[in-house]
Design a protein around this ligand. Structure first.
Ligand code: WTA
Length: 648
């Protein structure tokens, strides 16, 4: 395999405004360089100093033990409870009476809790769970809509030392069952249902189905939200409101070892069964604490919104553990972005005067397709910072976000990281870094990232290759649940001493990283390796296109030929002429080599429930073969059926 060629040329650059820069924590290159250098030259000193800001109940004896690599131990011997780090630490400070969670339901109902109220509620549920027999070392599945109680559930588990395993509420009963079984969960926290697109999406029936014959699960706690009728198993099922009403709010947090498991979170591998990514307590808290503080340059008056569901790592690290450790006010929204109208999100930004918005490229492209008039109707002047995560962002989507949402004032932090990394790894610092649309820019403190070739040799400027992390970091995964061998193979098998992220990337002349998509998705046309991201970005830069996915299909002549699946803006006409135009456009932007051999227009692309395009499925469609492997994470099966029907 040769290197990935770099064909995307993006020369726009954006400096933070002088006003933003003036107030930012880190706003000059010298400070950044000094801190970055310290973090690499003396990582134990650097991370030890940061960790001392957290409320440990027992001091660690060693910052990092890497003697059993790739199994790391951070803050060896230290003890800390994650719920105490998020709640109790604020209770003797003015933050106690500050709003911790501000929530809006899809029907428009709202609720808020202060840090001290949240601490009480967590204490009550923690005691309630204990009374049901849940104890330190157990695993508890959480299958919920986005509610205040969902955050309470996570923190209550943490308080009593039970690991939570949050399963996204959109997953099926079967997917839930597999995850409950694999994780060995003994209790489930769920809701009757939640509001989604104007209807009740029932959850409890899926739990009942998932638990059929699973005797290991002794308790199910049910939040009443949807008001929909639910089946009930006496002895096993308990209403949340009854359980917490009987309990005291005073719950002494369990003393947790730094390396005790805080949570499992399942992520789909490219094939095969989902992996239960294991995160432990101390290092994860330190990583999410520091990244949240600097990447969002958080201030006391901010009202911060990360649109991720708690079912994803972004929801864990940047809805719950990062923000709450920092005493931030977090906004939560239960429902769909298009209910009851396409401007719903912007209406909430205006209504609650939200200051920071962190969302995903897939959402940004959707808003682009809906049209500028929807955000245009609302006052977005409260926003001061924007963020993105989850996929490479196409420069045109970045520009739209910058212009239409940020109104050209707000820095954009394009944050690269993974479920496995636990915290943000490569990112701009908003008051310092000059951003370039499509680049996640530079490594965060303590992150030693590089782009290497097949043999692990570092590549020259602008050469595309494997993105690796060359040393352990506090919030790194500690393994795959029940499968240490798969952990070693997947992430450390290729290079041994370097963590393989599985993404392709290049690094430009300023040392900025440009993530090019998953290595497995790379195209190989006439011996040239091209990144999906770059060809897709060329397509998206055409004014009629909002979203594109390209895959390779076998071709006798060129080895592989590019097949593009394209979604156009609302109201645009598709037809043979547009195919010709798009082919020309790509040829002009990148070169003839990248001109798709085939273009198919589609209303929607198959995506995972967290919004990533499932190119694996598109590859099968392009090649005209049946899909094998796991499709349980696809968001909308009808998209797949429709793409297949279009073939005939
Ligand atoms: C991709 C989400 C480019 C990447 C936190 C990574 C990104 C995978 C970015 C992890 C970004 C995430 N730029 N690509 N800013 N952020 N990715 O586990 O391929 O859901 O490996 O974690 O998303 O996805 P995960």
């Amino acid at each position: 395999m040769s290197q990935i060629e770099n064909v995307l040329h993006e020369s726009r650059r954006f400096q933070p405004t002088a006003e933003f820069q003036a107030r930012a924590r880190i706003n000059n290159e010298i400070t950044y360089q000094r801190m970055y250098r310290q973090s690499l030259e003396d990582p134990e000193g650097f991370w030890g100093r940061i960790a001392r800001e957290l409320p440990w109940t027992a001091q660690w004896t060693k910052v990092l033990d890497w003697s059993k690599a790739p199994f790391a131990k951070w803050f060896v011997g230290g003890q800390i409870n994650a719920s105490a780090a998020c709640l109790d630490r604020h209770l003797a400070t003015p933050v106690a009476n500050k709003v911790a969670l501000l929530w809006e339901g899809e029907p428009g109902d709202t609720r808020q809790v202060t840090y001290s109220e949240l601490a009480d509620e967590v204490g009550r549920l923690a005691n309630g769970l204990r009374s049901l027999g849940v104890k330190k070392g157990d695993r508890v599945a959480i299958y919920m809509p986005m509610l205040i109680e969902s955050v309470v559930a996570m923190l209550a588990c943490a308080r009593i030392g039970a690991a939570h395993s949050v399963v996204f509420g959109g997953f099926s009963a079967q997917a839930l069952r597999e995850r409950i079984q694999d994780g060995g969960c003994t209790a489930v926290i769920t809701a009757d249902g939640g509001f989604r697109r104007g209807q009740i999406q029932a959850l409890k029936p899926a739990v009942d189905e998932a638990l059929l014959g699973l005797k290991e699960v002794h308790s199910v706690v049910v939040v009443k939200r949807g008001g929909n009728p639910v089946g009930w198993k006496e002895g096993r099922d308990h209403w949340y409101h009854e359980l917490t009403k009987q309990s005291s709010s005073n719950c002494v947090p369990e003393a947790m070892d730094s390396e005790d498991v805080l949570f499992l979170l399942y992520t789909s591998g490219s094939t095969g069964k989902p992996k239960g990514i294991v995160h432990t307590t101390g290092g994860y808290l330190v990583g999410t604490y520091l990244t949240f503080q600097h990447v969002f340059d958080i201030r006391p008056e901010d009202i911060y919104w990360c649109t991720a569901d708690i079912g994803w790592i972004t929801g864990h690290s940047y809805v719950v553990y990062g923000p709450l450790q920092n005493g931030a006010t977090v906004f939560l929204y239960e429902g769909a972005p298009n209910t009851p109208h396409l401007g719903r999100l912007w209406e909430m930004v205006q209504k609650h005067k939200l200051t920071i918005l962190y969302t995903a490229p897939t959402a940004i492209r959707t808003f682009m397709r809906w049209g500028d008039e929807h955000p245009g109707r609302f006052d977005l002047s409260s926003l001061r910072l924007l963020g993105t995560v989850g996929e490479p962002i196409n420069p045109e989507a970045w520009m739209w976000y910058h212009r239409v949402i940020g109104r050209e004032r707000c820095p954009i932090v394009d944050t690269w990281w993974q479920t496995e990394t636990g915290a943000i790894m490569i990112t701009p610092l908003p008051g310092l870094t000059a951003t370039k649309p499509g680049s996640c820019t530079r490594p965060f403190f303590g992150v030693d990232a590089a782009v290497v070739d097949e043999k692990g040799q570092e590549l020259a400027t602008n050469q595309g290759g494997f993105l690796v992390l060359k040393r352990p970091w506090p919030s790194m995964l500690r393994g795959i649940w029940n499968d240490p061998e798969r952990y070693v193979q997947t992430y450390w098998g290729k290079f041994g001493h370097m963590y393989l992220a599985g993404d392709g990337s290049r690094r430009d002349e300023d040392g900025y990283f440009w993530v090019m998509g998953r290595i497995d998705d790379v195209l190989n046309v006439s011996g040239h390796r091209l990144s999906t991201m770059e060809v897709e970005s060329a397509l998206v830069s055409h004014p009629k296109v909002v979203e594109a996915a390209v895959v390779a299909r076998p071709d006798e002549l060129t080895g592989q030929a590019i097949c593009a699946f394209v979604t156009v803006r609302s109201g645009e006409k598709v037809g043979p002429q547009l195919k010709v135009d798009l082919g020309e456009h790509v040829a002009r932007e990148i070169g003839k080599l990248a001109r798709p051999a085939e273009i198919r227009f589609t209303e929607a692309l198959p995506k995972t429930r967290s919004g990533k395009i499932m190119r694996r499925l598109l590859r099968d469609i392009a090649a005209g073969v049946e899909t094998v492997g796991d499709t349980s994470t696809i968001e909308d099966y009808s998209v797949l059926a429709k793409l297949r029907a279009d073939e005939e």
